[in-house]
Design a protein around this ligand. Structure first.
Ligand SMILES: Cc1cc2nc3c(=O)[nH]c(=O)nc-3n(C[C@H](O)[C@H](O)[C@H](O)COP(=O)(O)O)c2cc1C
Length: 320
């Protein structure tokens, strides 16, 4: 019942499921499990140096023969070195997060690399299409991590109407209902972050995974809006402290100082009170930690039965 979409052929993947790039925790352990299970695994580079990223790419190739991607952060101080390394290593697909990747697209395209930037607004999606990207990842503000202003439900159809390239929906998707809904809105695939944090293969600290499993619908909040870089995390002592500092009219330097090293202490060291625990609103829907293969198979199966249920004759026809 769930059909392969053109983006599956474009990327050479079996299922329309993509694992979002995630700094610190989107390593080759998680990404290779996703690619092996038929989705697209993405190595998240965050602010990592090219030596680390090259090693990740090489290990990825040892772990899977299937296609994969690398996620680059436009704000990384090592962006240019990482781009050079990606071209040398012939990485098949690159996704960009946190900023306007416009200037870097031509060099990747000239090297035969597929490019899929994350966009959170229609105007940026149109600009990216003009620069020749292969697809756009439209990410709503329900997402974990750095976010834009518009929610996934209104964002996806507006971007689908505005561009011809395939649209991947991200933000607020963790099960087959979400995949079916994204496809109904015109997306050809989904990208998930928070759901994949709670996989057995993800190297994130168990304390952080358990916080996501225990989360409810209102467990996340957004900090950093005044810095121009809003981030969605699970609400904890650190996020409350950051919000208070932000409201007090603190300087950029004070806020940067408070935020330094917090993601590592939260997601890697497992400090659930003083660390930054990036997670999307969909955390409230995630009730278990399970293998990547099971996550993907459950989603595909559920999306298929949801679509079947909707299209079956169990409802009375409503004529306009
Ligand atoms: C812990 C965490 C770290 C993330 N890091 C990045 C990143 O480095 N680069 C990026 O483009 N997106 C990043 N994201 C966003 C994800 O790639 C993905 O688009 C998002 O999580 C989708 O929304 P969801 O969390 O509702 O599934 C991150 C998300 C999370 C939860």
């Amino acid at each position: 019942m769930l059909y392969k979409t053109p983006i599956c052929s474009l990327l050479g993947i079996k299922y329309p499921v993509i694992q979002g790039g995630m700094a610190w925790i989107g390593t080759c352990e998680l990404a290779s499990a996703v690619s092996e299970a038929g989705g697209l695994g993405i190595i998240g580079s965050g602010h990592a140096r090219p030596e680390w990223l090259r090693e990740q790419v090489r290990r990825m190739r040892e772990l899977t023969d299937n296609p994969f991607a690398v996620n680059l952060m436009v704000v990384s101080p090592f962006l240019k070195d990482n781009l050079r390394m990606i071209i040398e290593e012939r990485v098949p697909v690159v996704t960009f997060g946190a900023g306007n990747a416009g200037g870097y697209i031509p060099m990747l395209k000239e090297s035969g690399i597929k490019v899929m930037p994350v966009v959170s607004a229609v105007a940026l999606a149109i600009r990216m299409e003009r620069l020749g990207v292969d697809a756009v990842i439209a990410e709503g503000m329900e997402s974990g991590g750095h976010i834009g202003d518009t929610a996934t439900f209104p964002l996806i159809p507006q971007i689908v109407d505005a561009v011809k390239v395939p649209v991947i929906a991200a933000g607020g998707i963790a099960d087959g209902r979400g995949l079916a809904a994204a496809m109904a809105l015109g997306a050809q695939a989904v990208q998930m972050g928070t759901r994949f944090v709670c996989s057995t293969e993800c190297i994130a600290h168990i304390n952080y995974k358990e916080q996501i499993v225990q989360a409810r619908d209102r467990s996340t909040s957004v900090t950093g809006a005044t810095t121009g870089h809003p981030v969605r995390c699970l609400t904890n002592r650190f996020s409350r402290e950051f919000s208070a500092l932000e409201k007090s009219g603190a300087s950029m330097e004070e806020m940067e100082d408070l935020g330094k090293g917090r993601m590592h202490s939260g997601v890697i060291s497992g400090d659930i009170e003083q660390g930054s625990l990036m997670a999307g609103q969909v955390a409230g829907l995630i009730k278990d930690i399970k293998p990547v293969k099971t996550i993907i198979e459950d989603i595909i199966e559920e999306a298929g039965s949801v679509i079947k249920k909707i299209s079956s004759a169990s409802c009375q026809e409503v004529a306009p």
